[in-house]
Design a protein around this ligand. Structure first.
Ligand code: KG4
Ligand code: ZN
Length: 345
């Protein structure tokens, strides 16, 4: 089979990203232009500003991805772009750009699901797992566990009933007067803290499902800050961050391991921005070992939003002959997700 060189484009939230990937597994380039500096002062992503910034960045980011890959436009065999879920205005920039570029080059293009992209980031690692595997996706917008039976086929086992794990990090960071995004800030503060000094709740721990809930934890942190105002300076803030991070990590690990054991599947994968969390990675490694599961987590630069993962899943669809058309539109929320019906390995 001849090789496929696919250009990936991702603009679902506050990162403008482009990548060139060969055969859905080898990254030639992966450029991510973050808008954090713009949104930081507002404590979250401002949709209107995000789409304007995507419009400014899309051409230089794609040009840089091609240049780093040593490729010209005519070397590209197809384009994969995030179709949803995400911010409509932001998605439209990437999708319209990809559509027009593919049309002008007369090459196939495909709109792909951002969440499937995150899960496919693991196939860009040197030692990817075989399918089926159980995947935890923990990002700023989503937190869910999937039974992944192939690269393009996954069923939902459980998901958050309220906030996403990354969103909880962002909100707690804001409560502590720190900036957006909160994941990096909280994990740095937590390095100096004692995770056992304060105990925050692990919701749904004893429930026989694979769902998450982080809003009670968020409220518990808020109440703690209100009732212990003298602990929001150093070193108290370190302990609050460490205890909060521990509660999120425990909840994620608990449900992921339970899902793997229930589905009798020995391989687990973690993806999404929160998978960059050092404490979560370390605790997962221990939990996987004691349950004799093999753990696969992409390197940190593939956990957050990037276009290599979009090219990776897009390649798979293009290889099986799927194409998007001129009337393909973006979507803000995933619909029609298949639900896990008890399949086991
Ligand atoms: O996957 P991602 O880049 O974008 C979405 O699709 O949402 O995830 C972003 C989320 C943010 O909420 C951010 O605070 C969180 O991932 N995050 C982290 C860390 N780095 C990023 N959360 C915990 N620890 C981190 N080190
Ligand atoms: Zn994402």
């Amino acid at each position: 089979m001849s090789t496929l060189k696919i250009l990936g484009i991702e603009t679902s939230c506050d990162e403008t990203a482009a990548a060139v990937v060969i055969d859905g597994k080898e990254i030639l380039s992966s450029i991510v232009a973050s808008q954090i500096d713009i949104h930081h002062r507002y404590g979250g992503v401002v949709p209107e500003l995000a789409s304007r910034k995507h419009m400014e960045a899309i051409v230089p980011v794609v040009e840089e991805a091609l240049e780093q890959a040593g490729a010209g436009l005519t070397d590209i065999d197809g384009i994969a772009v995030t179709q949803g879920p995400g911010l409509i205005g932001s998605l439209l920039v990437g999708l319209s750009f990809a559509k027009s570029l593919a049309f002008s080059l007369n090459i196939p293009w495909i709109g792909v699901d951002h969440l499937e992209g995150h899960i496919n980031s693991v196939f860009l690692t040197p030692d990817p797992p075989e399918t089926p595997f159980i995947a935890l996706l923990a990002s700023g917008g989503h937190t869910a566990v999937y039974y992944v039976s192939s690269r393009t086929d996954m069923a939902l086992m459980g998901r958050t009933r309220d906030d996403a794990a990354g969103e909880a990090f962002d909100k707690v960071s804001k409560m502590l007067g720190m900036g957006y995004p909160g994941g990096g800030v909280i994990s740095r503060l937590a390095e100096n803290g004692d995770p056992e000094r304060i105990h925050f709740p692990r919701a749904l721990h004893d429930k026989p499902n694979f769902d998450f809930s982080f809003s009670g934890l968020k409220t518990a942190v808020k109440r703690y800050i209100q009732t212990h105002p003298d602990e929001t300076g150093e070193p108290g803030v370190y302990h609050i961050a460490a205890a909060f991070q521990e509660a999120v990590a425990d909840a994620l690990i608990d449900k992921l391991i339970a899902a793997a054991l229930t589905a009798n599947c020995r391989r687990i994968v973690v993806a999404g921005g929160v998978a960059a969390n050092r404490r979560l990675r370390d605790k997962l490694a221990l939990a996987a070992e004691s349950n004799r599961l093999s753990l696969h987590i992409p390197p940190v630069d593939l956990c957050g939003d990037n276009a290599a993962m979009i090219a990776a899943i897009g390649t798979k669809y293009l290889q099986i002959g799927r194409r998007s058309g001129i009337d393909t539109d973006v979507y803000s929320r995933s619909t029609g997700i298949s639900i896990w019906r008890g399949e086991t390995e």
